[in-house]
Every structure is written in structure tokens, then in C-alpha cells.
Design a protein around this ligand. Structure first.
Ligand code: FEO
Ligand code: CA
Ligand code: CA
Ligand code: CA
Length: 611
């Protein structure tokens, strides 16, 4: 596209075919190893992995489950993109858990991927603790050995941050009545981060983890306030994993019941859900640091956050998608300018949150979500900036943002600053809701949209177009032609530019459709590499059964690529599970259950991956 000279060949490998086998495939000349699967010991007592006997305490010293967004931080700790390509801290999210693969008590029961083993309507408290500890973030030092294999290195920085870790809350919502709980009557703290999907890498070398589908972890069976209704807090039955049903009376579990129990909000956990839905900053190089929820970036189902390259003396600019049907894309512009010498998380505490309006003529506008502007005032039900931020979705509704087909990851071209975003699918869009940016009814396939800011990154106007319409040959488009057999994919999710401008695209066909019906021709979930300048697109990787491919980063020299395989075997039916017939045992055929894990990918000739 526009204004980038074509450089070295970005996509030089031979594309691979789709398949539905229980294995990872890569182009000729590539190899991989599997590193840090779920349960791998990384800290403390280094408890060995055993899914049937590990306790909640063990899990807090092991890799979490459901690997997602991640970044490799060179061990020098100076820059997120410069330094060692053989030694670093791998920092990754663990989005959720599959309880049936975690507890001996589940064996022989008829459980699907979403079900939990209940006993007399309760859950054994240690099983709940184990699940909370399998969520969150892992920080693990890894190093390349002389034989070329990577290994975990014991290091004081190795750390688990989980669904129980104490966190600070900063930014405009700190101290608000909306987040006061029995745990934090002053409204400044909470415990844990949950459903950490994609991530962000700050220019000052910290890690951001994004809370996506947190709402269902909470239940409120009374009349829900708008900040719960609009986000989908559970209304009846049990919450997603029934953590509030733990058979031990402790706030750690009962806080997931947001039904008012007392006279005052500071005496119960009605506001606990309001302490989730944020972007959380973690300093991976300081194991004593407390994670901080940065509320100025808004509260929604944050998929991830991606930054424009910082410019000395200019504001920091980043983007985040809200992954739900008909939700929005947001942009944050810091109030203070970036200076490399003093940059830090404080830049994320003050600034303007905008939401995108995509006009039908290819122009677009960033609409500010600022209390007192654009009608976000008391007469329309907004009472402070904290209120606007806790109710980000309602504020975006009010100002007239464009309802998108599930915004997932974004990526910023390292040279042009063009922003690309995946819109994964939206089966519920109807003919009367079509829009040029979301042009398909019953959108099973998804698309990748892109825009260029008008002038500087902090501009409030932009121009957009559709880069790829994903789908089968008969219903897709890239570079003026349908996708061919080396290119077909659907449900784009993970998206990342490497420093040479190679765009990596990862797919997440849902467990409910993958390998069935019209999805069958796409095989298992996959990853492609794209040169957006010369318009080359080729399939690079196909994963095992039941998983999604999500999370991608590289060493600074780009000779090692890290890619996550999440939830292998999730398509095992409840009946198959009861019969002990798990449809994937990836990554080890010797293991009873499949495990999420990280692929470490390199070339046999040692050159840059993808080229
Ligand atoms: Fe967790 Fe939107 O994927
Ligand atoms: Ca995702
Ligand atoms: Ca998924
Ligand atoms: Ca997804």
C-alpha cells in the first residue's frame, strides 16, 4: 500500500495446506519445539505437573492455562524490542480454563468444555482456587541452549499473577463510589485479573494484560444496575465457573456473587464486577511490583491494546477493541507528552478515550468520551468521568459510534503507522444492519479493516478501507481477487506486525463450528503471513485439533518466533470425555489431557522467520 518502498522479500516460504490432524505443520525448512505448556513449573517449589493431583497452591507456581497474547522481553530490560535474542522474559496471558481437564473429580463425568463438576450444588474450594490460579499472567525466563533448544531458567523474576493477586486501581475511577467493596472500602484496590486475552507492550518496557470476557464470572440475581446489564453479568443459575459456589466461606470466592447482601456497598461485593474490564499494567522486571488497573483506557471486553510508535514530545496513542458482537474500537491519547527518559505508566492515567465512527464514505472520526462533552452529562445519566469510564459501552452508544463485527486484535505498521484490526465474525448482523465497514449479513467469515490517521497519530479524523474479506474462495477478497487455496481462512483474531512489516494473521474458528459443515474446508485453526505492501498472503502454520492459534512475538533478530496454541482438544464432546476419548493429546501423546503451549519456531538455515 501507500508510500512504503518494497524492501526485502517479506513472505518467502512455500505455503502449506490446511489439515484437520492432531499436529502442528509448518513450511519446508522450518522446525518447532513446544515450550512452557500449561502446568510447567516456573517458580517457588517448582511443583511437577500432574493434572490429577496438582493443587491450587501448585498451580500458583506453574504456567497457567489457555495461553494467549505474549511478548518476549530481552533480558537486559532496557527496551521491549532491542537486546538479547537468546535470553529473555516471556510474558503471557492465560485467558481461561477447561475445568474437566483440571480435576480428578471430573473423570468419567459427562462434561463439555464449559461445564464444571458440581457436588451437591457446590464446588470443592481447592478446585476453584486452582482455576483462579490458572488464569492471569506468567512471567518466565527462557534461554536458548547450545543445542538450539529453549529452556525455562529459574529466576527470581519468574512469577505468576493470577485471579487472586492484589492489584491497585489507578486513573479517573480510583476512589470512585462505583468500585468500593468490602475488600477496598476506599475504592483503590481489587484482587485478580481474569480472562486475559490479548496484551500490549508499552514503549517503557512494561506489559499490559487485557480483561476480555470477565462479565460472566460474576452473578447478580437481583435487579442489576446498568454497569452490569450492559456487560452481561450472569443473572441466574451460577456464574461461568460457579466460583461463588465454593464450599468454603471466604471472600476470595463469594466476591463473585455481586448480588447485594448488606445495606452498604462497602459491606458486600456488589461493585466487584466494576473492578474488572480494564487494562492492567505489569512490570515484568520487578517481581515485587503490584499490577495496576489503568482505568483511563475504559472498561469493556478489552481484547488487546496496541501502540503507535512513540514520538518524543508527542502524546502516547494506543488502540483497543471491544470483542463482542456490535461493539466498538477505541483509541486513547495521553494528556502528557512522551519523553523517553521519563516515560511510564502515569501516561496511561490521564488522557482522552475516543471511540471510532466509520463513515460510509471511507472517512472516520474519533469521538471523545469525556464527561461534559457531546452530551455525556448529568441530564443524560452520566455523572462524572469515572461514571463514563465504568460505563464505557453506554457512553459509546450515546455518542453514536459504529457497531462492529467483534473487534479483536489490532496491529500498527511499524513504518507507516497504518492501523489494521481484525473483525472476527458476527453471525447476528442482519441485512438492515449492513455498513460498508461491516458489509456482510450473518458474517461467518470476518474481515480485516485498516485506517490511516489524518496527519499525526493523535488526529481525530482518519480514512479507512477493508484490507481482506476473509472466507472461502467463493466469498472472499484480497488484492482484488478471491482468496486461493494457499490463503483461505476465516475468523481472524490474532494480528501482529513484526519489525520488518510482515503482518501475521491468526484464526479462531469457534469450537462449535471448526471442522464441521462449511467450516470443514478450512481445517484446524491456522496462522498466515502477509506482505501488505506487495500484497502477498500465504498460510504458514496449521495447529492441532480443537485449538485456536493466538499470541505471536519474536526475538529482536526475528530468527525465533513464539506462537501460542490455546485449548487443544476443546472440541471433545461431553460423551467422548465421559468415555475417556479425548480428541487431542497435543503436545504429548503420552499425556492424559491436552495442554495449551507455546511453539518456538525457527528455520533450519537460521534465517529470519517468514522471509
Ligand atoms: Fe479472547 Fe476475543 O478473543
Ligand atoms: Ca482473541
Ligand atoms: Ca476462542
Ligand atoms: Ca476469538
Amino acid at each position: 500500500s501507500r508510500g512504503v518502498a518494497s524492501g526485502p522479500q517479506l513472505v518467502g516460504f512455500d505455503a502449506i495446506a490446511v489439515h484437520a490432524r492432531d499436529e502442528v505443520t509448518l513450511p519446508a525448512g522450518y522446525r518447532h519445539q513446544v515450550l512452557v505448556p500449561w502446568g510447567e513449573p516456573i517458580s517457588g517449589r517448582m511443583p511437577a505437573f500432574d493434572p490429577l493431583t496438582n493443587t491450587g497452591a501448585d498451580q500458583a507456581q506453574q504456567m497457567g492455562s489457555h495461553h494467549d497474547g505474549m511478548h518476549f522481553y530481552p533480558i537486559e530490560g532496557q527496551s521491549p524490542y532491542e537486546g538479547s535474542s537468546e535470553d529473555g522474559l516471556l510474558v503471557m496471558n492465560h485467558e481461561y480454563v477447561e475445568p474437566r481437564f483440571m480435576h480428578a473429580s471430573a473423570r468419567g463425568q459427562s462434561l463439555n468444555r464449559n461445564a464444571v463438576p458440581l457436588f451437591n450444588g457446590q464446588r470443592p474450594a481447592d478446585e476453584v482456587l486452582k482455576e483462579m490460579h490458572a488464569h492471569g499472567v506468567s512471567v518466565v525466563r527462557i534461554r536458548k541452549q547450545a543445542n538450539g533448544e529453549w529452556q525455562v531458567v529459574a529466576d527470581p523474576r519468574n512469577r505468576r499473577i493470577t485471579g487472586t493477586t492484589e492489584m491497585q486501581i489507578s486513573g479517573p475511577v480510583r476512589g470512585s463510589d462505583l468500585i468500593k467493596t468490602r475488600f477496598s472500602p476506599e475504592g483503590t484496590r481489587t484482587r485478580g485479573t481474569l480472562n486475559n486475552c490479548a496484551h500490549g507492550v508499552t514503549p517503557w518496557n512494561t506489559y499490559l494484560t487485557c480483561e476480555e470476557n470477565w462479565a460472566g464470572y460474576f452473578i447478580n440475581t437481583a435487579t442489576q444496575p446498568r454497569e452490569q446489564r450492559r456487560y452481561g453479568v450472569t443473572r441466574e443459575g451460577t456464574s461461568r465457573y460457579a466460583w461463588e459456589k465454593a464450599d468454603q466461606a471466604s471472600d476470595l470466592y463469594q466476591r463473585f456473587n455481586a448480588t447485594p447482601q448488606a445495606a452498604q456497598a462497602t459491606e458486600d461485593f456488589r461493585n466487584e464486577p466494576n473492578t474488572f474490564g480494564w487494562v492492567v499494567e505489569i512490570d515484568p522486571f520487578n517481581p515485587q511490583s503490584t499490577p495496576i488497573k489503568r482505568t483511563a483506557l475504559g472498561r469493556f471486553a478489552h481484547e488487546g491494546v496496541v501502540f503507535q510508535p512513540p514520538v518524543e514530545g508527542q502524546p502516547i496513542v494506543c488502540y483497543s477493541g471491544d470483542d463482542a458482537r456490535f461493539e466498538y474500537i477505541y483509541k486513547f491519547v495521553s494528556a502528557q507528552p512522551y519523553h523517553q527518559a521519563t516515560a511510564g505508566g502515569h501516561l496511561l492515567d490521564h488522557g482522552t478515550l475516543y471511540v471510532a465512527r466509520f463513515n460510509e464514505d471511507g472517512s472516520g472520526e474519533w469521538l471523545p468520551l469525556v464527561f461534559g462533552m457531546g452530551g455525556l452529562s448529568a441530564e443524560n445519566g452520566f455523572h462524572s468521568q469515572a461514571d463514563v469510564l465504568v460505563n464505557t459501552r453506554l457512553a459509546a452508544d450515546f455518542v453514536g459510534a459504529t457497531k462492529m463485527d467483534r473487534p479483536e486484535w489490532g496491529a500498527v505498521h511499524p513504518q507507516t503507522g497504518e492501523v489494521y484490526f481484525t473483525l472476527t465474525n458476527n453471525s447476528r448482523r442482519t441485512e438492515d444492519q449492513l455498513h460498508p465497514a461491516n458489509p456482510r449479513a450473518a458474517n461467518d467469515w470476518g474481515q480485516i479493516i485498516r485506517w490511516r490517521e489524518a496527519g499525526t497519530a493523535q488526529a481525530t479524523r482518519f480514512e479507512w478501507d477493508l484490507f481482506i474479506m476473509a472466507g472461502p474462495e467463493g466469498d472472499s477478497q484480497f488484492a482484488g481477487a478471491p482468496l486461493n487455496q494457499e490463503q483461505i481462512f476465516n475468523s481472524p483474531d490474532g494480528l501482529w506486525f513484526d519489525r520488518q512489516g510482515r503482518l501475521w494473521i491468526q484464526t479462531d474458528m469457534s469450537e462449535s463450528v471448526v471442522n464441521t459443515g462449511k467450516w470443514a474446508e478450512f481445517g484446524n485453526n491456522q496462522m498466515l503471513a502477509c506482505d501488505p505492501v506487495n500484497l502477498v498472503l500465504k498460510r504458514f502454520l496449521v495447529g492441532p485439533i480443537g485449538q485456536e492459534i493466538t499470541g505471536v512475538c519474536s526475538t529482536p533478530d526475528q530468527k525465533t518466533l513464539f506462537v501460542n496454541v490455546q485449548h487443544p482438544g476443546a472440541t471433545t464432546s461431553a460423551a467422548e470425555f465421559a468415555a475417556g476419548q479425548i480428541n487431542s493429546h497435543w503436545p504429548s501423546t503420552a499425556a492424559i489431557y491436552p495442554r495449551s503451549g507455546t511453539l518456538v519456531i525457527s528455520r533450519e538455515d537460521g534465517r529470519i522467520v517468514g522471509s
